[in-house]
Write a protein that binds this ligand. Sequence first.
Ligand code: ADP
Ligand code: MG
Length: 420
Amino acid sequence: MPDPAPAYPIFDADSLRAWIGGLSPVRASLGSTPGDWRIREVGDGNLNLVFIVEGPQGSVCVKQALPYVRAAGPSWPMAPRRAFFENAYYKAVAPHVGARIPRIHHYDDALYCTVMERLSPHIILRQGLIEGRRYPDAARDVGEYVAHAGFFTSDFARPFEEKLAGVALFAGNKDLIRISVDLIFTDPFRESVRNRHTSPQLDAVVRDLRRDGPLKVAAADCGRRFLTDAQALLHGDLHSGSVMVTERDTRVIDPEFACYGPIGFDLGAYVANLLLSWYSQPGHATPADDRSAQQRWILTEIETFWEAFRARFLALWAAHGRGDALPAAMFEGGEADAAALQAARVAFVESLFADMIGFGACKMIRRIVGFAHVADFERIADADIRARCEARALAFARLLLTHPRQFRAIGDVLDAVPRA
Ligand code: ADP
Ligand code: MG
């Protein structure tokens, strides 16, 4: 099928070179003349073009949204306006998350194109985990990141009028919200042409999953919460492929799925992908390294992530709780009031833990039986070994969704993973 002509030019190396040549500050930061720049497309995601442009003095990263899903081709059209929401997200959280996001040099709303800081020598966290590498600060950094981005965009920090303006703005990202609703909460739990799984090894397990009424109710309920509980501005796709790391630095990228929703959705994405990594590790074992030490480290990361989030969220609340939700002004009558307020805040954070577990489980399932899979498993060449890893991850995700009462604290998760 011929590509439908897009309504805006799609960059290749030559046209990008010319365009950037006209952006004076960017041109100056690269150095020399456009003809000397090295340009390569490095996009490995499902949706967009990503170029690295290197000059003698510096480099930038350029991301352009395509009018269709890259992983599927032009037969699956997708509004490129997601680039606008990616930028709007970066703008909204920038005052709260410091240097955890790339610096944005330029955004062109007609070309759906962003020129941003090139992160180097950072690599995608997922790749590092697959290679058996460890990043001592990543879990803490991302946990604190979610606390900052979530708290400061919530009704706990702001007058509701401000938050509603954000809700109204990001409601426009409905094409991507549609993808989340379909691909996370719906398709994996029914027959769909977009689904795939390691077959025939997982056929019976997948058939059984799609007949599990209580599981489907639990997943659908998470989907309902995703659509209705606008607690804060979410990154919307905070998996280990949206985090770039060095051993000393952690950055969050790719917030094109940004929308208002439950904070546990972002928490769940990160935890789910740590769990997927844990379950995939035996598939990457070598005679020299059975990956059991890497698995133990991943479990400590899960705990660090949650504890860092929890502590930072409560600390921010104590220092900046000036919003309209749970207003501090109602609790100024002395010690008993202060204790009641603090108990309510702790209870709210506990509810985020439960949400993290539910959303995390949905995200694990979609990566094994849905449309978009993860390299952690895809890189396991032997289909039998891959299927064994995937089946165990799937079983654990089902347990999380259908027996939430067994998982009340992070220690419950850490205990259950190696045993399940
Ligand atoms: P998509 O939305 O298509 O998934 P991403 O924003 O995740 O695109 O980018 C795809 C890839 O491009 C990333 O996995 C990473 O390797 C690379 N990349 C993205 N942003 C940067 C950046 N700022 N610096 C360096 N590399 C980047
Ligand atoms: Mg993306």
